[in-house]
Each structure stands twice: as C-alpha cells, then as structure tokens.
Design a protein around this ligand. Structure first.
Ligand code: HH2
Length: 258
C-alpha cells in the first residue's frame, strides 16, 4: 500500500503531494513500482495535529480521486462524507484510523458500498496521543481492542472477510510499545484477519538510531522493520518507498514462502 498524503503537513512527506497533479503522479508511480493499492489521505494524523474541516478534506482528495478513477485506491479518512465520495469515485477500501469510533455514519457507508475496511488501534486522539502513553500489556490491550472493533464492524453489516486490522504503530505508543507490537505480531494474526503494518519512516525508527528528537526514520530502517513484520505474519505494508519495499519483501518471500 503506497502512501499518498494530500496534505501540507504530514510528518514524512508533508507538502510533496499537496498539488493534485503531484499526488496523482506519485500514486501512478507507486502502482508502477508494484504497490497493490494507494492510500489517499487529506488529513494528517501526525502526533499533535489538529483535524481539518470536511470541506477542506474533500477539496484536497476529490481531484486526486478523480484522476485515479480506474486504479486501486484506498481512502484514509474517518469522515463518512469523504469515504462516500471516494467510494463513488472508485475507491475500494476505507482506512479509518479511528476504527469506526469517529463518525457513527461511517460503518453504514462501508457496508452499503461493499467496501473493504481497515480498523486501526489508536490510544486517544492525534492531538494528545503521545502524552505519556501507558498500557498494562500493550499487545494484549491492542488485540482486545481490535477484536472488539472487528465484532462491532461485523454487527454493522460489514463482512468479516472484508476487514483487515492494524496495530497503529505510533498512535499513542512509545518506541518500546511499537517494537513490542511487531515482536509479538503473532498475537494479532491470531485474530484471524490480515494484519496491516504502517511503520514506514515513523519516528521510532529514527529514535533507535540515537536521536531522541527524531521526527522520521529512514527508508532502510523502514524496510528492516517491514521484513521482520512480514516474517511474523503481516501481509499489508503501508509504505512511502514502494520500489524498495517491493524488492526487499520479494526477497523475504523467496526465503520464507517460495
Ligand atoms: N499511519 C499514518 C496514517 N494513516 N493508517 C493506517 N492504517 N496505519 C498507519 O500506521 C497509518 C495510517 C501516519 O503516517 P502518514 O500518513 O505518513 O503521516 P500523516 O498522518 O502525518 O499524514
């Protein structure tokens, strides 16, 4: 899954794809490089960020979705109106970082369109989520949360087969929490749904290199983490550097599951 942030302020690529033509070009390049789908988002969820209005989010993503109409697209949004518009324009997956807790109408939109859905774990909200996150047992807490949200989504009429789950790397978690989630990923694959991992360029990867104030990590560090997440059962990788991930994961597949 290639990341296309149509935002001025995303943590890793803020501004690069803010113009619709640039965003559509990046999306096409990622698909050429081997991405199975591109994730288009108009609202940054980086730590500390405020939300954007419905009008502004639509203004950002609609021209990009129009340009990508026939291509495999995921919409990264928590707003039902944005999801509905995206699905009408051909998107096939809704990536909701609130796991259907943000907008009560979103589950119905996903169900009515027969769309795929990603449910992600987040502790708190982006504005405050990195203020001293604590868990009794981060993996147990995340697994329980995802299991409960999966049951909720199914009760809302979304088929279980259409849903993938995501531990939400960096969403209300310390560096140690993030790596523990990847280390014990088997406890999440045990929930029986495909696991999506989004660690690409995230700050934990910079922090383990000795910079406590790091805001991003490198592509090389991202790939190292993705390969080991693959070995532990992850099957969808939300990444910025598509070609490099496809190459590295192809080698990993050749080793693990030829
Ligand atoms: N991470 C980000 C955004 N959306 N969705 C899922 N399912 N999983 C993730 O890990 C995830 C996500 C944050 O990364 P990015 O889009 O690069 O930055 P920003 O939120 O600042 O736009």
């Amino acid at each position: 899954m290639g990341v296309v942030n149509v935002t001025p302020d995303s943590f890793s690529d803020g501004g690069v794809n803010f113009e619709p033509a640039d965003a559509a070009g990046s999306a096409r390049r990622m698909l050429d490089e081997g991405a199975a789908i591109v994730d288009v988002g108009g609202e940054s969820t980086r730590p500390g960020s405020e939300g954007v209005s419905l009008d502004e989010e639509l203004r950002r993503v609609v021209p990009v979705l129009e340009a990508l109409r026939t291509l495999p697209v995921s919409i990264d949004t928590a707003k039902s109106e944005v999801a509905a518009r995206a699905l009408e324009l051909g998107a096939v997956l809704v990536n909701d970082v609130t796991a259907l807790r943000g907008d009560p109408e979103l589950a119905g939109v996903v169900a009515d369109h027969g769309a795929y859905l990603c449910l992600m774990h987040m502790r708190g909200e982006p504005r405050t989520m990195q203020n001293d996150p604590r868990y009794d047992d981060v993996v147990g807490d995340v697994a329980r949360f995802l299991d409960e949200r999966l049951a909720f989504a199914v009760a809302q009429g979304i088929p279980e087969e259409s849903i993938c789950l995501d531990p939400g790397i960096g969403f209300g978690k310390t560096v140690e929490h993030n790596f523990e989630l990847l280390r014990r990923l088997d406890e999440l694959t045990a929930l029986g749904r495909p696991i999506l991992v989004g660690i690409s360029r995230k700050s934990s990867l910079g922090k383990i290199m000795g910079d406590p104030g790091a805001k991003t990590g490198t592509a090389a560090a991202s790939i190292g983490a993705a390969v080991l997440a693959y070995e532990r059962g992850a099957s969808i990788f939300r990444v910025h550097d598509v070609r490099e991930h496809v190459e590295a994961l192809s080698a990993a597949v050749a080793v693990v599951a030829p």
